[in-house]
Design a protein. Sequence first.
Length: 101
Amino acid sequence: MPDLVEVLGEPLGRVHRLIDEHHLVGSRRDGAFKVPAEFIVDGHPLSSLRGTVIVLQDAGFGDDEIIDWLFAPDDSIGRPPIDALLEGRKSEVRRVARALA
């Protein structure tokens, strides 16, 4: 978490709120809580991530599953969903995510 505080330039309490409010999602797979670097752009959470995370949670995905889905190649998008989000294609990503419900 200290690295995340430093990268975002926010106090720990604010970082916890960003996670609680789904602006960021992370995992404890390797012990320490980690947020993929791709979720942070220019020192801020990727703006299109929150809505996408909420759609996936509504479809029953847990945090690890959300991260896995975002980084796995998707045939209908033609690339991993995170790449499409970084390109500004959030509507397309959310359409595909909604179909998973």
